[in-house]
Ligand binder design. Structure first.
Ligand SMILES: Nc1ncnc2c1ncn2[C@@H]1O[C@H](COP(=O)(O)OP(=O)(O)OP(=O)(O)O)[C@@H](O)[C@H]1O
Ligand SMILES: [Mg+2]
Length: 380
């Protein structure tokens, strides 16, 4: 039977081997050990689609769990706070209490009928307690065990300001009273910036910001070699170097490149993934990036902004940055005529400013996607 492909070209699934997030994890662990005064108790992770935000959140959850902490996951919808109060925290409290706890079971004897054992929820008090009340209850219980609470919130850009305000106020309240609690939120940069412009998000605004950057080349090379080995095959150094170059340190395309090269080695009936296998899938990596990452991110982009993207694609040689002056020239307009669209594209996270007066694409192979036939050009 063929060995199972160890690469995970998907979203939100932890990789077989995590590449290059060691120093972030180390800072986080230090923050836990440091105590409630550490700036790492309120963290904001931002990064483009597929940069590894959810995976890093999972790693943080694992890191706290190994120290006996409890994780509460908050979900960014209108009932975020409600779900914490009425579901996540009661469940955590019950787990701490243990299933054998006397508080949980109450036997009721009804004459003439059998004995009914009802599960009473000792935490369900009326009126509905506040989030602060609930968190303090859980925090006090954990404090006795020398552990704490981690609250994670993924897709922060979709959160509602009023809900976020209640959550942040509660966390801040507990931190002020020296409870061991940490809040880690993750989301897309543009969405986060928009959200943080609102009043009532001050605490989150002051959180420590982590902008997830691409994985370093050397870390990426190791990831390819180690992941392949975990799956029971081998990858040559030359192949790993090539795979790291093709995927540009972008975690999603790293998994994609690895997965396709693995599949190619199955087709070639070999246990050794050599440069030949990696080179053979390069085009498919680019095509899939276009289909799964770029095309969805271009859906909402109006023509005026798309035109700028095409100009960058045309002017850019091999993904090099392009000057705004050259873009304006090509489009036959004055540079300042582009400033609104430029700002929108930056907000969407599709382009970045590598140097003053220059622009380039944020993610690898956007240029190839735009220049291919897969995307239809607007008529200008
Ligand atoms: N440090 C890493 N090393 C290796 N692979 C990684 C790493 N981080 C993420 N990945 C891989 O990349 C994929 C995308 O990661 P993840 O889902 O965390 O991205 P994301 O930033 O949350 O994306 P989105 O913006 O769509 O939510 C994951 O399925 C995982 O397999
Ligand atoms: Mg995610």
């Amino acid at each position: 039977m063929a060995a199972r492909n160890p690469f995970r070209p998907t979203f939100g699934v932890s990789p077989t081997v995590l590449a290059g997030r060691d120093s972030l994890l180390q800072s986080f662990r230090l923050g836990l050990a440091e105590g409630p005064g550490s700036p790492f108790r309120a963290l904001l992770i931002s990064g483009s689609r597929g940069m590894g935000k959810t995976v890093l959140l999972n790693e943080f959850e694992d890191a706290t769990a190994s120290q006996g902490w409890i994780t509460l996951r908050a979900y960014p919808d209108a009932s975020m706070v409600d779900a914490l109060i009425n579901s996540a925290i009661p469940t955590a409290l019950q787990q701490l209490d243990g299933p054998q706890s006397k508080r949980m079971l109450s036997s009721v004897s009804i004459p003439g009928i059998a004995t009914v054992t009802a599960i009473a929820d000792p935490y369900k008090k009326d009126p509905t307690p506040t989030l602060i009340y609930r968190l303090r209850e859980l925090g006090s219980m954990l404090q006795k065990r020398g552990s704490g609470i981690l609250i994670t919130l993924d897709e922060l850009q979709s959160a509602q300001v009023d809900q976020l305000h209640v959550l942040a106020t509660a966390v801040q309240d507990l931190l002020r009273d020296d409870f061991d609690i940490a809040l880690v939120a993750a989301g897309l940069p543009e969405g986060i910036d928009r959200l943080l412009q609102h009043e009532g998000t001050t605490f989150i605004r002051r959180a420590e910001r982590i902008l997830l950057s691409p994985v370093e080349h050397a870390d990426s090379v190791h990831m390819f070699i180690d992941t392949t080995a975990e799956g029971g095959k081998q990858m040559s150094m030359e192949a790993a170097e090539l795979a790291a170059t093709i995927s540009n340190g972008y975690p999603y395309s790293m998994q994609l490149t690895g997965s396709l090269a693995w599949a190619q080695s199955n087709l070639n009936n070999t246990e050794l993934i050599a440069a030949r296998e990696v080179e053979a899938v390069r085009t498919e990596v680019i095509r899939r990036m276009g289909m799964q990452v770029h095309e969805p991110s271009l859906h909402q982009v109006p023509d005026g902004e798309l035109t700028i993207l095409y100009a960058i694609a045309q002017l850019s040689q091999d993904g090099e940055m392009v000057s705004t002056g050259d873009i304006a020239n090509l489009m036959n307009v004055k540079p300042n005529a582009l400033s609104m669209q430029r700002k929108q594209l930056l907000r969407r996270g599709l382009i970045q400013v590598p140097k003053y007066g220059y622009l380039n694409f944020t993610l690898p192979y956007m240029r190839e996607h735009l220049l291919s036939n897969a995307h239809h050009r607007p008529i200008t």
